[in-house]
Design a protein around this ligand. Structure first.
Ligand code: NIG
Ligand code: FE
Length: 419
């Protein structure tokens, strides 16, 4: 038997999210949290080695003087949240746009007038790697403090070869110097930058001929994403960019059907994207096509809320039709300025009618699969990373119910108690 370095025992509810079946959960499976009452998790080094009822786990392991023991009586224990869609590396914040929207301007109007993503690009281009790292660290700290242990992290505020590489190198650095895991995504196709507004074909050329090959060569990203949207990238452009990315070994993702219906979900299915994200305006055929192609629906209710809108994506319909759903913050300075997954759970339950169990499945195991980390994160099972969060609640349903406050008790990352 391996040496037990950490034992969490007597949890009121231990949610393992484990299953005999691999792959994201869909339909009724999303209600199954693998809940164990009076549960225990035994950890050896960075990995989970045993999970079960406290008395069963205790009978299978040996603890010694060095084993750290946490009594989680009256607490709920969960795998750390996986936030599968974030934009954490940027410079200036955009609270002026927030106020403009309150006064009636739309996100699209602000973008067309040169604000939005392009204003973040102007800010990032002026900052060094070191400055960007320094700005991002407190954000990562906030993700962790709200119970997230893995995030996907997109570039997309550089939009030149040099500045996109700079952001991806910042993400790499952040991964090395902080406990949170970051999975990098190249999002050079986030917007057409100022200097290419009148010659967009040349920007697409730059993306497919220089940026994607260079990012792939330097192994700086695992995924490639495109903001497929009216006035941003068309379906044809998105297809070309993502097909090129695939040829270079980057797995495709897509910002799809966020602000207008554009056939983004159908495109994501056609190119077998791992996920299509947003989907506020997804069509019924888009849902069915995604289901057939195994593309996960990543829903981002924080960006609907953050833009002051009400058009949440049709999550119930997706679940009822058997499409796997994941949840993420979409943390970014424009549409969704929050690092908190718990508030996303509340929005998912209250505005998209997910049950608390479905929301937790979406924010853990399904979110892990949406970034190809289903084998190492998102559930508590022997062999998986010991990324564990202990919550100051007696029932998991309190997480979305008691909104806007931080209910985290302890955070364990890679087997270490860090909070
Ligand atoms: O996911 N939709 C595109 N990207 C972000 C917004 C980025 C920004 O406004 O800076 C989103 O909502
Ligand atoms: Fe986004």
């Amino acid at each position: 038997m391996k040496k037990i370095t950490l034992l969490i025992k007597n949890a009121k509810q231990l949610l393992t999210l484990s299953s005999d079946k691999k792959g994201p959960r869909r339909g009724k499976e999303m209600e199954d949290l693998g809940l164990i009452e009076d549960g225990a998790v035994a950890v050896s080094g960075k990995k989970v080695v045993a999970v079960g009822k406290t008395k069963d786990v205790l009978s299978r392991i040996e603890v010694d003087k060095k084993t750290k023991i946490i009594k989680a009586e009256n607490k709920v224990v969960l795998p750390g949240f996986v936030d599968c869609h974030t934009h954490p590396v940027f410079g200036a914040t955009r609270e002026e746009e927030f106020e403009l929207r309150i006064k009636g301007k739309s996100y699209e109007e602000i973008a067309q007038a040169g604000g939005g993503i392009r204003s973040s690009v102007r800010s990032v281009r002026q900052l060094s790697r070191e400055e960007l790292v320094k700005l991002a660290l407190p954000r990562l700290n906030r993700f962790l403090s709200y119970g997230t242990t893995t995030i996907e992290a997109k570039s997309g505020y550089g939009l030149s070869l040099k500045d996109e590489i700079k952001i991806l190198e910042v993400i790499k650095k952040l991964n090395q110097i902080n406990p949170l895991d970051l999975v990098p995504t190249f999002l050079g196709a986030h917007e057409i930058p100022d200097e290419y507004r009148e010659r967009r074909e040349e920007y697409i050329d730059l993306l497919v001929k220089q940026m994607i090959p260079e990012v792939a060569k330097r192994k700086l990203a695992y995924f490639c994403d495109v903001f497929c949207e009216k006035n941003v990238f068309t379906i044809e452009e998105s297809r070309k960019i993502l097909e090129t990315a695939k040829n270079y070994g980057l797995k495709p993702k897509l910002h799809a059907d966020q602000l207008t219906p554009s056939g983004g979900a159908e495109l994501a299915a056609e190119i077998k994207a791992i996920s299509a994200d947003h989907l506020e305006f997804v069509s019924d055929s888009g849902i069915d096509r995604m289901k057939e192609s195994g593309t996960i629906a990543v829903l981002l209710p924080g960006s609907v809320f953050g833009l002051g809108k009400d058009n949440y994506p049709p999550a119930r319909k997706m679940i009822e039709r058997g499409l796997p759903v994941a949840l993420a913050t979409d943390f970014n300075p424009g549409s969704s300025f929050t690092e908190s997954m718990p508030i996303i759970l509340s929005l998912a339950c209250l505005r998209m009618k997910l049950t608390p169990a479905e929301a937790i499945t979406s924010a853990t195991i399904n979110s892990a699969y949406a970034i190809d980390k289903g084998d190492s994160a998102g559930s508590l099972e022997p062999g998986k990373k010991a990324d564990i969060v202990i919550w100051n609640v007696k029932n998991y349903k309190e997480l979305p119910y008691h909104y806007g406050v931080n209910l985290v008790d302890k955070i364990i990352k890679n087997g270490e108690i860090i909070r």
